[in-house]
Ligand binder design. Structure first.
Ligand code: ZN
Ligand code: ZN
Length: 239
């Protein structure tokens, strides 16, 4: 299946419009060089690089890999992609210790409910520790597509980031919002602080954009701002 060009210069590489077989969605940002956003589960690097080749690029054209947060469905193929591309890895300092292995992932061996017998799933949940080259913080701007602003949007994880591209009126929100049969919060099981998470959704809703790209689910390209505003308005803290 071909990758999908969300808007000119921004491709969704995952198959089935983000239905999840790759783990999280993987985006490719095309400028003078290439930037990947997230990497899917472990074992996806070959498929990702094939899609990059289909677009006419070599692995070495990828110079940065931005990680929205440390969960294994986003960093699974990071180690292999970094090795092949020699790209710099960018992540927020609060999540970096879980990506580079300095701290054990909370629930590192996989969610407890998977149990020991689900070895296949447990493998998907273990990523190879990979060094983070550039720590990115709230307000940092990357020289990609006219400027990509880093927004610190914690809650799902303490170092979750969103990538706001005002010139393309587009935001990549990682797992802060999921798009599955409508907009949703990420799974509570995997969310560290639900109050922070809701504040982050409200913050995203206050921005000006036309297109939203999610870690899970297909991009929202029509009426995105209103839909996210309505979603944020309907959220309340669990009592
Ligand atoms: Zn995810
Ligand atoms: Zn996640």
């Amino acid at each position: 299946m071909k990758s999908m060009e969300v808007i000119p210069g921004i491709h969704l590489l995952s198959s089935f419009l983000g239905a999840g077989v790759w783990g999280a969605n993987v985006y490719l940002l095309e400028d003078n060089d290439l930037t990947l956003v997230d990497t899917g589960f472990i074992g996806r690097s070959g498929q990702i690089l094939r899609k990059v080749a289909d677009l006419g690029y070599a692995p070495s054209d990828i110079t940065r890999i931005i990680i929205t947060h440390y969960h294994a469905d986003h960093i699974g193929s990071l180690a292999m992609l970094k090795k092949v591309t020699q790209a710099k890895v960018l992540a927020h300092p609060a999540d970096a210790p879980y990506i580079n292995g300095r701290l054990p992932e909370p629930g590192a061996a996989g969610p407890k409910w998977l149990g020991r017998s689900f070895t296949h799933f447990r493998r998907l949940w273990s990523a190879i520790a990979t060094s983070v080259d550039v720590l990115v913080n709230e307000g940092d701007e990357l020289p990609v597509l006219g400027g990509i602003k880093i927004l610190h949007t914690p809650g799902h994880t303490c170092g979750s980031i969103s990538l706001f591209c005002p010139s393309r009126r587009l935001i990549i929100v990682g797992d802060v919002i999921a798009h599955r049969f409508g907009l949703r919060l990420p799974s509570k099981t995997f969310t560290e602080d639900i109050a922070q998470e809701i504040s982050s959704v409200r913050r995203i809703a206050s921005l000006d954009f036309d297109v939203v790209c999610f870690g899970h689910g297909s991009p929202l390209r029509h009426g995105a701002r209103n839909k996210v505003s309505d979603f944020a308005r309907g959220l309340s803290l669990p009592s």
